[in-house]
Design a protein around this ligand. Sequence first.
Ligand code: SF4
Length: 606
Amino acid sequence: MAMGQYGFWNKILHVDLSRRETRIEEPGPAFYRHYGGGRGFIAHFILKYVPEGAEPLGPNNVLVFAPGVVTGAPVPGAGRHSVGAMSPLTGGYGEAESGGYWGAELKRAGWDAIVVHGQAETPVYLWINGDAVEIRDASHLWGKVTGDAEETIIEEVGDSRARVAQIGPAGENLVRFAAIGNDLNEFAGRTGMGAVMGSKKLKAIAVRGRTPVPMADQKVLTGIAKWVSSTMEQNHRSFHEFGTGDNMQGKSLQGGLPALNYRLGQDENVGLIDARAIRDQVRQEMKACYACSVRCKKVVRIEQSEEDAHSEKGERIAVDPLGRYRVDPKYGGPEYESLASLGSNLGIQDIVAVCKSNEICNYLGMDTISAGATIAFAMECYEKGLLTKEDTGGIELNFHDPAVVVQLLEMIGHREGYGDLLAEGSQRVAERLGQGSEAFLTTVKGLELAMHDPRQAAGMRGSYLLAPTGGDHMGQHDTKGGMRNVVGMCHFLRYDEQQTLDILNAATGWGVNQDDYFELARRTATLARLIDVRSGFTRKDDAFPARFHEDLPMHKGVTAEQEAAIVEEFYGRYGWAIDTGIPTRTTVRALGIEEDARTVAESLPD
Ligand code: SF4
């Protein structure tokens, strides 16, 4: 390590699965300052290695695992990493973030990122034990659900403290919204990164590290960690107590709860499945991510019969009153997005079934948002008669039926029967179905919207319209949200702007200010935008589908004028042409990304 180098190791691992080779890239400190990590790394490597028009599930896509320069710092919220590639769901820039421990473990192993190239001929997994990297056979793991695969991998590597990121059967079967899970209950869920991993026949990456990343100013980080603990009551009490989803009743009262494919905005029975109901009825405990005292991750446990209603310690365990399902605590529990997408948006008021649906998505490795939204779309098509029992192989796709949802999720993950088409995501189903079914879509750029209705939650509009990934709620379009995805920091921590900068500077020693921070946000967003431009997205794709132009009982639909105002303000601020949304040459030059932009240079306006 060079003197004064903090927050990263200057070591990026490239793995070529076609050639079964690995190599180490040492890009130098300026690279880290320029790209930051997360989205910055992902977009850089896509532009560098993936040719225009490459098939996302083909050998020319790269899959990038990218923590940020803050990931692994000893401070709450620093356990995040991003995964990115060209998306098989949207055809454009793909990226998803995850928490837990895996990203920090990768940093502790001495790596800043992994870039996976090519495709293996037969299933493999990676075992990264500090410096040592092995490509191992995974034929015996192919087809296993995530819990079983992790158990086998941990046994094989002989280290119970190894952390595993992996795909389940959904990724192997190239479900277009397959996710990459880590620590069994954390997911890089959005945009189908699990399908890219499946196309590379890469089942898992197990990693073990023993060396903390050097920090520039440990004292500042210790102070901030203490601040989080000492202000838990004011700042993070609700997260600590419930995780996400404690205010679903409030959302319903405000008329913004996704219900029956985003048609109603309200569900008077949502209290049956919200985070309060989870706490009171089926929760076993709350768990944390790396270095985080907030502990906001739900763990639910449900047994099928009264006979199993007591744990080894004699504690009472929840039982499915209908004796249908068992829910294994190793898969965590549903957060808000899953409670809404697998619950209220499908008209499901059965807490056990919602927990089961969440568990299925976790052991098969699927994004709960896109899975639920695709089922909701199909159910509305069925309700309107565009789909019939003949199409679905005899399944009645009715809202309010938990057994059908559970059945469909398994069918999607295994691409069985009608599940094979649903595994393509709602936009492709609509293209196949025609008959005006696109009126029921809830997608932007092909990605199903997260569970915050933009008609009520006006603050989400910009994220959905302008995130390079499509209908994404992670604030990827703005400085605060987007930057947390770059440097590797959880969105739930209530750090103000100064604290966020303090963490970044204490980790790296860079001494950046707000302007530098905004420039990094603008650079990484512009890189991702260039990929979307190259993929054929235009200004008209920065728009909501018809569903969100319709009125809700309590809220007006979003108007074209409102959309245009948001989009144009953003284009202006980021230096993209107002009429097309394409980054200008001047902007590309000012951000120092001419080399990244070379394949699209000719199409850039001045
Ligand atoms: S706030 Fe919750 S999700 Fe975020 S790092 Fe802490 S435990 Fe994980």
